[in-house]
Design a protein around this ligand. Structure first.
Ligand code: SF4
Length: 296
């Protein structure tokens, strides 16, 4: 495993990993989809690739559908970049290499191997994903989060990936991706089409994107913030003037009310003094205005 993730933090700059050849990946994904639809035999060594609901207690917490997820190695940990919009702060505090199951070397090896397979053997990667999604479907309704520790526009690579689950959701730092999914959900709602199976993006606050977060909230989107509080402390009723929900109670962000802020507690000894950590007193819209002014 390379060490560039921690090096990027030490130098306080982002050192991006090798770019993935997305054109080649897309072609391989389409070939995998064709062969999957025709029932072609699976390539050798095709163990399950998705994390089942029992394998991730955080995502399964609370009432609701079982959650399947795809866990890659975040940032450039595998050598390949899977978080194009990451910041120094989120890289430093990323739970994908610092918390939960990341403490198990075998878990991290699995995340790295899956990421390398996406970049270097995308045909097998997508055959495995399609097989696991279709098996999950046979077991009943489920929710799917395919960016557990990455920020990849999977729907643009292979739209079929988002036709199996009842709910699809991700956190993202891409305001474009967030607005695009919100627009599609609104268009479907106007036509009376059930929007559950459409991608739901929660935009993550980075410390620098307060304007984008406010625009997204006003448009009915959802935002996630890390708040400088203990887990047992209550979540304020509002953040920046918008209703707040307890993001630690469950991971099902697609159930959050439109235009609300999910409040998460810092994990893994995160530095609470950084600008992306929100304070419990930031309840009113004036605190958002102050953040906007401080950017100038
Ligand atoms: S974008 Fe998300 S997954 Fe990637 S490094 Fe930042 S916090 Fe981790």
């Amino acid at each position: 495993m390379n060490a560039s993730l921690s090096l990027a933090v030490l130098s306080d700059t982002i050192v991006k990993g090798k770019p993935i050849n997305w054109v080649g990946v897309r072609a391989a994904a389409l070939a995998a989809e064709r062969d999957w639809a025709q029932g072609a035999p699976m390539p050798e060594g095709s163990a399950p690739i998705l994390t089942a609901p029992t394998g991730n207690l955080k995502m399964t917490k609370g009432d609701g559908l079982p959650v399947y997820s795809l866990s890659l190695a975040p940032a450039d940990l595998s050598g390949y970049e899977v978080c194009p919009w990451r910041t120094v702060d989120c890289t430093r505090g990323c739970i994908g290499h610092r918390a939960g199951n990341a403490r198990f070397p075998s878990t991290m090896r699995g995340r790295v191997n899956r990421t390398i397979e996406l970049a270097e053997n995308p045909y097998r990667f997508f055959r495995r994903v399609l097989r696991d999604l279709s098996n999950a479907r046979k077991r009943g309704p489920f929710a799917y989060r395919d960016n557990a520790f990455s920020d990849i526009p999977w729907g643009s690579i292979l739209p079929t990936l988002h036709t199996f689950a009842d709910y699809h959701y991700n956190y993202t730092k891409s305001v474009q991706m967030a607005f695009a999914s919100l627009r599609v959900r609104k268009e479907h709602a106007m036509c009376g089409v059930r929007g559950g199976s459409l991608m739901h993006h929660t935009l993550s606050f980075t410390g620098d994107n307060i304007r984008e977060c406010m625009m997204y909230l006003r448009a009915g989107g959802n935002v996630a913030v890390i708040m400088n509080k203990r887990k047992a402390d209550p979540v304020p009723d509002t953040v920046w003037g918008f209703p707040a929900v307890d993001g630690d109670a469950n991971d099902r962000r697609y159930m959050d009310p439109a235009g609300s802020v999910a409040v998460l507690t810092p994990k893994a000894g995160l530095d609470r003094t950084r600008k992306w950590v929100v304070h419990p007193c930031e309840t009113g819209s004036d605190s958002a205005e102050q953040r906007i002014e401080s950017i100038h």
